[in-house]
Design a protein around this ligand. Structure first.
Ligand SMILES: NC(=O)C1=CN([C@@H]2O[C@H](COP(=O)(O)OP(=O)(O)OC[C@H]3O[C@@H](n4cnc5c(N)ncnc54)[C@H](OP(=O)(O)O)[C@@H]3O)[C@@H](O)[C@H]2O)C=CC1
Ligand SMILES: O=C(CO)COP(=O)(O)O
Length: 335
């Protein structure tokens, strides 16, 4: 039996990223997808019309390959892989019916770019602790990649990170298709932390754009951000890594510059004068960077890395300081 035969993959989450990942997986022969979404109306619509009515609604969802479930316990039954694709803030709620016995023996893949709130833990660490899963049995899907471009079948790249390359390699094969190339790498923590932090930077890009700053400023902001991300990642998990590769710099660039970035859009609204509440109400989608800003700031009380951009975003989002004034101060620190 070849590696790609009859692989069962549970996908937990019903948003844009879950829908895009399912589209990629459906490109493989002999893959069965067991999909859990929380929204009963969406479940019924998908079963009947084979489209997700709420996210990426143009994507055709093959009924031959996909079974939709109301319960996570049913979705993960018999699965070889379980992909988590809910926003980090809701991961505990989404997995509340599952225990270690449901997940034992399965590879757990986090497609989440965020941290478990309050506990300020990476998703893979939390899965390992909460469900007794060996960290080597987990991996993460990072970018640079937006769901909307996958839906349009635009050439995209994914980074699949695990503690050891061979286990990322298996999963990368499943995520590679005509329009997606998935590359494995052995830097679980580095990729996961960088993916969390780039969302904060995208917020900063959006805020400054909303305030009227231009491309010249953003280029300097993003360059400084790369240093900030690198310093934080190294403090948390010191080792050699090429921060200018796609898994780190690429993931930052796509989110900082793309029209599809949720975090940039959210930041842009804040820069234009929306309150956090108003911006959240206006955006149907979730900007992970909002939650990540709090987690990274709290974690950094122990690590004391210089994080001027993250601090600026924290002051704006959580201390209600005026974006214009905070960015005036930040711009003096950038080089
Ligand atoms: N979109 C992208 O291009 C990429 C996203 N990611 C990551 O994927 C993860 C999922 O994001 P994405 O798919 O974009 O999210 P979306 O913003 O597209 O969708 C939000 C999802 O969250 C659910 N949700 C909202 N509120 C709650 C709640 N209170 N409890 C439980 N679920 C809730 C929504 O369910 P409902 O519709 O029922 O409200 C929906 O399924 C994030 O960590 C993101 O960073 C990573 C790479 C690319
Ligand atoms: O992580 C993502 C793309 O790599 C999605 O986040 P944004 O939508 O904010 O860019």
């Amino acid at each position: 039996m070849s590696f790609l035969n009859n692989i069962k993959i549970a996908v937990i989450g019903g948003g844009s990223w879950a829908t895009a990942l399912i589209k990629i997986l459906c490109e493989q022969n002999n893959v069965q997808i067991r999909w859990w979404l929380r929204n009963q109306r969406d479940i019924e619509h998908i079963r009947k019309f084979h489209h997700n009515p709420s996210y990426l609604s143009d994507v055709v969802l093959s009924p031959k390959k996909i079974k939709v479930f109301e319960k996570t316990t049913e979705a993960v039954r018999g699965a070889d892989y379980v992909i988590l694709a809910v926003p980090a803030a809701f991961v505990q709620e989404a997995l509340r019916d599952l225990s270690g016995k449901h997940l034992q023996g399965k590879r757990i893949v986090s497609a989440i770019k965020g941290m478990v709130p309050d506990q300020n833990m990476l998703i893979t660490d939390w899965i390992s602790k909460e469900f007794g899963i060996d960290l080597h049995e987990t991996c993460v899907i990072a970018g640079p990649c937006h769901a909307e471009e996958v839906a349009l079948e635009k050439q995209s790249y994914l980074s699949i990170a695990s503690t050891e390359c061979p286990s990322a390699e298996d999963f990368a094969k499943l995520m590679t298709c005509r329009y997606v190339t998935a590359n494995p790498l052995d830097d679980l923590y580095g990729v996961e932390y960088a993916a969390v932090m780039k969302n904060i930077i995208a917020l900063a890009c959006g805020i400054t754009h909303g305030l009227g700053y231009g491309d010249n400023f953003q280029a300097v902001l993003v360059s400084n951000a790369m240093q900030e991300i690198g310093n934080f990642v190294t403090a948390l998990d010191p080792r050699e890594r090429n921060m200018s590769s796609s898994a780190y710099l690429g993931d930052l660039l796509v989110t900082a510059y793309s029209q599809f970035s949720r975090n940039r859009l959210f930041g842009n609204m804040i820069g234009r004068g929306y309150s956090v509440k108003a911006a959240q109400l206006e955006m149907k989608m979730i900007a992970e960077g909002y939650y990540a800003t709090k987690s990274i700031t709290e974690m950094n009380k122990i690590h004391h890395v210089s994080l001027p951009i993250t601090n600026a975003v924290y002051r704006i989002l959580y201390e209600e300081q005026a974006p214009g004034m905070v960015m005036d101060e930040l711009k003096k620190l950038l080089k």
